[in-house]
Design a protein around this ligand. Structure first.
Ligand SMILES: NC(=O)c1ccc[n+]([C@@H]2O[C@H](COP(=O)([O-])OP(=O)(O)OC[C@H]3O[C@@H](n4cnc5c(N)ncnc54)[C@H](O)[C@@H]3O)[C@@H](O)[C@H]2O)c1
Length: 287
């Protein structure tokens, strides 16, 4: 028996990279997987088809879904595909994402809209019908993929970071709304070698940061191994796995409690205003 025997999982953007590693790992543990991706290889074949076929060749069960999940119709068809093929859905991995990096002033409206549409609107569009189904059918687990860039910022990624911070915000709300229906919701903040980052890494680093290391963390998140845990945000790479949390400094009493409150007083109390846990930078995540 695998950890996910009989469970049905949907993984978006699973034709390559992290999504493909997630789909394969879940299938190895017995999950029946809907592999979504609109991407094609150099011969024009859908990459989702290759991943689904490789899962089946390895003895698992998977189908390919090749629609654009940033459209409402494409997103909603994912649930129907899962129900038609496997009769239920227990796990949803919102993984699909794109980049269109430009420094902020050079960022055109279409760069903003495209990234927000794929990275964030698709989470709404895919999750809403799945969440509704899980609510009526005993619960499930949802993982939304964020990014270090979304939590601490990165040069040239205002559109991407806004979408990925949105993923974290969405997870926080869905975790609250899902509790009474047995729906657990996580945020995953990965770092792994990808089509974009591979040329920047030597062979050793590529091995250390293989997507499969992140997929093992994902398995913990979606299986019974994590019990009833929900609402957490986990950073995961081959170098480190840890929870990320918002931190708050001690602060000072506001004007409603302190008659002497003023902007000048705030300037004098900066050690209590700003002294929270050390802030991480994007570079810290790579260590
Ligand atoms: N690789 C990293 O280090 C890293 C770091 C932080 C966050 N992430 C996030 O992890 C996720 C996966 O990253 P990756 O590195 O594997 O990227 P990737 O580009 O290798 O894979 C993303 C996949 O999503 C698919 N996709 C894009 N738009 C789609 C759409 N509208 N409908 C269906 N599929 C679509 C693409 O075809 C692609 O196969 C992304 O959300 C990314 O932002 C990755």
């Amino acid at each position: 028996m695998g950890l996910l025997t009989g469970k049905v999982a949907i993984v978006t953007g699973a034709g390559r990279g992290l999504g493909a590693a997630h789909a394969r790992r879940l299938a190895e543990e017995g999950a029946l997987v809907v592999v979504n991706d609109l991407g094609r290889d150099e011969n024009g074949a859908f990459t989702a088809g290759h991943v689904a076929a490789s899962i089946c060749e390895a003895g698992g069960q998977a189908i390919a879904h090749t629609e654009d999940i940033s459209s409402m119709q494409g997103a909603e068809s994912l649930l129907h595909s899962a129900l038609d093929a496997f009769g239920r859905v227990d796990i949803l991995i919102n993984n699909a994402g794109i980049l269109r990096d430009k420094s902020f002033v050079k960022l055109e409206e279409n760069d903003w809209d495209a990234v927000l549409k794929v990275n964030l609107k698709s989470m709404y569009a895919v999750t809403r019908p799945v969440f509704a189904w899980m609510k009526e059918n005993g619960g499930g687990v949802i993982v939304n993929t964020s990014s270090p860039s979304g939590l601490v910022g990165n040069f040239g990624q205002s559109n991407y970071a806004a979408s990925k911070a949105g993923a974290w915000g969405l997870s926080n709300v869905l975790a609250i709304e899902g509790v009474r229906f047995g729906i657990r919701v996580w945020t995953l903040v990965p770092t792994a070698v990808s089509a974009l980052t591979a040329p920047l890494m030597d062979a050793e680093m590529q091995t250390q940061l293989a997507p499969e290391h992140v997929a093992e963390v994902l398995l913990y998140m979606v299986s019974e191994l994590s019990g009833t845990r929900t609402g957490h945000c986990l950073f995961a790479s081959g170098h480190s796995v840890r929870e990320l949390k918002l931190v708050s400094a001690e602060g000072v009493p506001g004007a409603g409690l302190d008659p002497d409150f003023s902007a000048q007083r705030l300037a004098q109390a900066e050690d209590r205003l700003f002294r929270a846990e050390p802030a991480l930078t994007v570079m810290d995540f790579a260590k």
